[in-house]
Write a protein that binds this ligand. Structure first.
Ligand code: PSV
Ligand code: MN
Length: 427
């Protein structure tokens, strides 16, 4: 669905006046602090987040799935949905494909379609956590770590084919997440499983084109409940080191045990130049895959604070990061939910951009703990939403994307076109 610029422009007209007042107010606040509003706006506008091809349908739990209707039934429709998100927010300029859920049958056509919306292909994701119909061997007891060499070979080949699909689309990176692990004590020889995983990853790494990067995700549990082979950032880092310079750790916010200090992990990885990318979501208990910023917005801000600091003090030459939303939407319209996530990510980024790092370092040097906290919270509590609106307005997006989405009856139109029972591939 191509939403015309005029349609968005007309919609924005009704909100412009009130937006203008709020934007002027926040501009004044930032100028008082000696901040350059134009440069912040530029950074926000350039911040693009990839939408995973599996997040456009209604997610489910193991108890059930309640569809919204109008879900995209194929990759083409998924790209079109991301097109809607990008047209409205101007912040979803990339897609991340999961193979085999979304094998592009005609890469040139898909590329052309994505291009017409200004969408590029970010990291491609392999899937060795599910068996595919007709598969010779099973991943039931692991994939890259499997004791059976045939299973390992199958998983390695799958990753190679994912790279080939990515090359055809102009992707430049592969994300590997493994469900490998064990559900009962004694089931797995930890060291041997890790060693086999390392060897498998090295083979995949060697297959990547020389301008590609590999991102290695970690996760402490689920679907295996006693151990996972790549349980934490340390293990991911160790494997990335063993693979080579173009292998990096990928931080998925949901892949930590409760109360883990994720911002500290970010700081350490950036220091070592080994942070490859991010999967954004939010959680209260486990890998809940909730809307970004819906539960712990302060944590998200603290993470962005480390990202901003780390990228500005980048002695280890950490490359630009791959940003992706990795959430699931059980009870919301997926597109509305993704708009909320996109907004939360940009908001945390904007808040981090206004932290006065010079003052913060001074306060740290003299151990003025109270001032340190005040500096952080002052940034976090400044309402920068009008800044995000301004960035959207200047780039042709909607001041209020969700209001536009609702007023234009986009979901209703999608249902009319695709029906009530269309199902998107994914989990
Ligand atoms: C696993 O929980 C994960 O975060 C990985 O990134 C997968 O690729 C994604 O979710 C989709 O299942
Ligand atoms: Mn993930």
């Amino acid at each position: 669905m191509q939403i015309s610029k005029e349609q968005i422009g007309q919609f924005n007209e009704n909100q412009k006046e009130s937006h203008q007042r709020q934007f002027e107010y926040v501009t004044g606040q930032l100028q008082d602090k000696g901040l350059d509003v134009e440069s912040i706006l530029e950074k926000i506008s350039n911040f693009q987040v990839a939408i995973p091809s599996w997040a456009l349908g209604t997610g489910g739990t193991r108890f059930g799935r309640f569809s919204m209707g109008g879900e995209p039934g194929n990759l083409e429709e998924k790209i079109k949905d991301i097109g809607i998100l990008h047209q409205l927010t101007r912040s979803a300029g990339a897609v991340s494909l999961h193979i085999p859920w979304d094998i592009p049958e005609n890469p040139d056509e898909i590329k052309k379609l994505a291009d017409s919306y200004g969408i590029i292909f970010d990291a491609v994701n392999s899937n060795t956590f599910q068996d595919q119909p007709g598969q010779d061997s099973s991943y039931k007891f692991g994939s890259l770590c499997a004791t059976d060499p045939q299973v390992r070979a199958l998983a390695i080949d799958h990753n190679k084919s994912v790279i080939n699909h990515g090359v055809a689309l102009g992707s430049k990176s592969l994300t590997v997440w493994l469900a490998d692990g064990s559900s009962f004590p004694g089931q797995l020889n930890f060291r041997k499983a890790l060693q086999r995983t390392q060897e498998s990853l090295q083979e995949i790494y060697a297959y990547m084109p020389s301008d590609w990067k590999m991102y290695i995700e970690y996760k402490p549990y689920e679907p295996n409940f006693y151990s996972t082979v790549i349980q934490d950032w340390g293990t991911s880092h160790l494997l990335a080191q063993a693979c080579g310079d173009r292998a990096y750790c990928l931080v998925d916010l949901g892949h930590h045990l409760p109360n883990t200090n994720i911002e500290q992990i970010v700081s350490t990885l950036l220091w070592k130049g080994k942070l490859g990318g991010f999967h954004f979501n939010d959680s209260k208990y486990g890998d809940d895959d909730l809307t970004v910023g819906s539960i712990k917005p302060y944590q998200l801000f603290l993470i962005f604070n480390e990202l901003v600091y780390g990228m500005a003090n980048n002695e280890a030459d950490n490359p630009p990061l791959a940003w992706m939303i990795d959430a699931s939407h059980n009870v919301k319209d997926p597109l509305e939910d993704l708009i909320q996530s996109l907004e939360a990510i940009r908001l945390a980024y904007a808040q981090a951009l206004i932290v006065n790092h010079e003052r913060l370092e001074q306060a740290r040097d003299i151990n003025d703990v109270v001032l340190c906290q005040d500096i952080m919270q002052a940034a976090f509590r400044t309402d920068l939403r009008p800044l995000l609106q301004e960035a959207r307005l200047r780039n042709g997006g909607a001041i209020e994307p969700i209001s536009f989405y609702r007023q234009a009856n986009i979901r209703e139109q999608l249902i009319a076109k695709r029906g009530n029972n269309s199902i998107a591939t994914g989990l």
